[in-house]
Design a protein around this ligand. Structure first.
Ligand SMILES: Nc1ncnc2c1ncn2[C@@H]1O[C@H](COP(=O)(O)OP(=O)(O)OP(=O)(O)O)[C@@H](O)[C@H]1O
Ligand SMILES: [Mg+2]
Length: 379
């Protein structure tokens, strides 16, 4: 606790002069003819953990390097803690960086690796020793100070990298796929650990990943990136429940997608049809005109199955079970529907759904959902 306070002292909880800790305005970056980032705006409030999530090549690393000052934008502005740092070199920006490859010095001990930045700044030896001990305590590696990186596991090496970044008391922490090389169990452990550490220090953090589960686990907000742009930035729950684009829908989680046509829009309800299959939405006007072609999507946990035809014909489609994957508390059903879409339904295994266990491949079922769970996208 005391070491945490020592490192965070007066750093992250001063009265804010700036509204945002990180502020990017109309940022462009091209490498020759390749445009990596386009008209990008982003604001990150102090203390937030924001994740950049997106497919390979969408510009995540480029964005981090621009914030760190390792790259210069083609145009636009980077502001950190209220200060325009667009033309400031990396070493003056006070930013902590951790990458996928540990980038530790192999011939230095853990303590020497962690103390490197302070030694470079000419800090007195006894102060360095004291801060190294604090930083190692933060990542629970006190007992490993005299080891060499090759004598550590992958997770421990990443903790050293983290300690090496935190010892400089950066105003902002940037992590680029830090756990990509770790196995699943260790990755999950590190996610929770980093999240706790980040919260305790209150350090503004940008975390890059292309693992959606990791993003959902660790983030205050997630920015979903696509081809150099941010598609949507929101809390994990909002991104999953209310994706604004089909790209976000498909990138985070699964869904069943039905191609349909808008029949009419009345009082915020959009009525949809595809042959005999009808569906509707509720809750908000999606702004589609009658006759528009749309994709209606439903998340797997929002659908229920029945073995008899339900009385409600809307938002209900008949189908045949083509697969069931039992996962303990839930079962994933794959259903070929008469609408032509293969639906994915995640059903909780409870008393009420016990009848589903008696169904087998080829059996007929009805898939149903509530209008408020119909998501609409332009086709
Ligand atoms: N030094 C470079 N020279 C030319 N093009 C580059 C350079 N670095 C990145 N790019 C291109 O810019 C785009 C964005 O790259 P970036 O490394 O930011 O993607 P990323 O989202 O981090 O991908 P990944 O998930 O694979 O790490 C890609 O099209 C990439 O090919
Ligand atoms: Mg990258």
């Amino acid at each position: 606790m005391t070491s945490m306070q020592a490192l965070s002292l007066g750093r992250y909880d001063v009265d804010g002069v700036a509204q945002y800790d990180i502020e990017l305005r109309n940022l462009f970056k091209s490498y020759g003819s390749v445009t990596a980032l386009e008209a990008l705006d982003l604001t990150v409030p102090r203390g937030e953990l924001l994740t950049l999530l997106g497919p390979s090549g969408c510009g995540k690393t480029t964005l981090l390097r621009l914030i760190a000052g390792l790259l210069k934008p083609s145009s636009g502005m980077v502001r950190i803690a209220g200060k325009n740092v667009t033309d400031m070199p990396a070493h003056r920006r006070n930013i902590g960086l951790v990458f996928q490859s540990y980038a530790l010095f192999p011939h230095q001990t853990v303590a020497q690796n962690v103390g490197y930045g302070l030694r470079m700044r000419g800090v007195a030896r006894n102060v360095v020793a004291q801060k190294v001990a604090e930083a190692l305590a933060l990542v629970r590696l006190e007992r490993f100070a005299e080891r060499y990186p090759s004598q550590l596991s992958g997770g421990q090496q990443q903790r050293v990298a983290l300690a090496r970044a935190l010892i400089l008391e950066p105003s902002v922490l940037l992590l680029d796929e830090p756990f990509a090389a770790l196995d699943k169990a260790l990755r999950e452990e590190m996610q929770l650990e980093v999240r706790e550490l980040q919260r305790n220090l209150g350090i503004t953090t940008i975390f890059v990943t292309h693992d959606q589960e990791e993003a959902l686990t660790i983030s205050d907000r997630i920015a979903v990136m696509n081809a150099g742009r941010i598609e949507q930035i929101a809390s994990p729950r909002t991104l999953y429940e209310e994706p604004e684009t089909e790209f976000v829908l498909k990138f985070i989680g699964q869904s069943s997608i039905f191609p349909m046509q808008v029949e009419e829009v009345t009082d915020g309800v959009t009525a949809l049809r595809n042959g005999a299959f009808t569906a509707e939405t509720s809750g908000r006007d999606h702004g589609f005109l009658a006759g528009s072609k749309v994709n209606a999507a439903v998340r797997p946990g929002k659908m229920i199955l029945s073995s008899e035809r339900p009385s409600e014909a809307c938002n209900c489609v008949e189908g045949k079970i083509v697969g069931a994957i039992y996962l303990g508390t839930i079962t994933h059903y794959h259903i070929d529907t008469s609408a032509g879409t293969r639906a994915v339904v995640h059903s909780q295994n409870t008393e009420e759904t016990a009848f589903l266990e008696r169904l087998s491949t080829g059996d007929r079922v009805w898939v149903q959902w509530s209008p408020k769970n119909t998501l609409l996208f332009p086709a």
